[in-house]
Design a binder for this molecule. Structure first.
Ligand code: SAM
Length: 255
């Protein structure tokens, strides 16, 4: 079993790679899989001049919720890359539906490959992807290679509360990494607690409904789907109680 598969499963809160073929079905009612397109668009409009002229790369774009809405609301060119074929097909369909297929390009690829190939972007986005590209320092250095000098990076992640959650870097640890990697934190947007709880509930209801359908269809795999429901719930509890979900706008410091 490859590390890429393990991290793919983890990025979608699946504890077992055995769940990978079922994830598109379990998530078929959702478009947004983590990042808030609203917060990302707010940050771009507030800080980036002439955003409609930007060339944007959305890494691990999922079903294209961020890419398509950026193209629609800002009018910029966006390339979205994700390893899950079904998600990319959905993103293409959404771009067409919203009339922005000429601004959007979607590709199936492991982003560990993309970071060695893609270059000269004004903005790169990495939303709710965890450690697919390594730890935060490794991730930021890889993202910096993709953007032009003085370019922009948006990362959607979470600050662990100091001393409470050892799996997540605290804000102080993130800030030390920004210094080390020569990026400036321009603005951070925190998700509203009530909004997060509402969204988690709504999404969890959809996932539970789909998991129950799969249990009926594949009774021999019931424990696999039940454990997915549990890990989703545990992730929601952790996000609501032990972490601060944050969207970060970073700017590469020109030497
Ligand atoms: C939680 S979702 C976030 C999707 C999207 N950024 C959003 O916020 O809506 C994580 C995504 O990472 C993708 N992913 C995980 N590992 C990957 C890899 N090595 N290469 C490309 N995509 C990957 C998954 O397919 C999934 O779409």
């Amino acid at each position: 079993m490859s590390q890429v598969e393990e991290k793919l499963a983890k990025s979608l809160t699946a504890e077992s790679v055995e769940l990978i073929p079922f994830l598109p079905y379990l998530l078929c009612d959702l478009w947004e899989l983590g990042s808030s397109p609203t917060d990302i668009i707010y940050l771009i409009k507030k800080h980036i001049k002439k955003p409609e002229q930007m060339k944007v790369l959305d890494l691990a774009c999922g079903k294209g919720a961020v890419s398509v809405q950026l193209a629609k609301q800002i009018g910029c060119q966006v390339k979205g890359i994700d390893i899950t074929l079904e998600f990319i097909e959905f993103a293409r369909k959404k771009a067409k539906e919203l009339g922005v297929e000429c601004l959007c390009e979607f590709q199936v690829e492991d982003i560990n490959e993309s970071v060695n190939i893609e270059k000269n972007y004004d903005l790169v986005i990495l939303g709710s992807v965890g450690d697919v590209l390594g730890n935060p320092e490794e991730t930021i250095l890889k993202l910096k290679n993709i953007i032009n000098p003085g370019g922009w990076i948006i990362i959607d992640d979470a600050y662990g509360k100091d001393g409470v959650n050892i799996d997540y870097y605290s804000k102080n640890e993130w800030c030390a990494i920004f210094n080390k990697t020569n990026v400036k934190l321009v603005e951070e947007v925190f998700v509203n607690d009530d909004a997060l709880i509402d969204l988690n509930r709504e999404q969890q209801d959809f996932i539970v409904k789909r998991a129950k359908e799969l249990i009926e269809q594949y009774p021999e795999k019931a424990s696999l789907f039940e454990s997915y429901i549990q890990s989703q719930q545990a992730e929601c509890d952790e996000l609501e109680n032990h972490m601060t979900v944050v969207t970060l706008l970073l700017k590469a410091i020109e030497k």
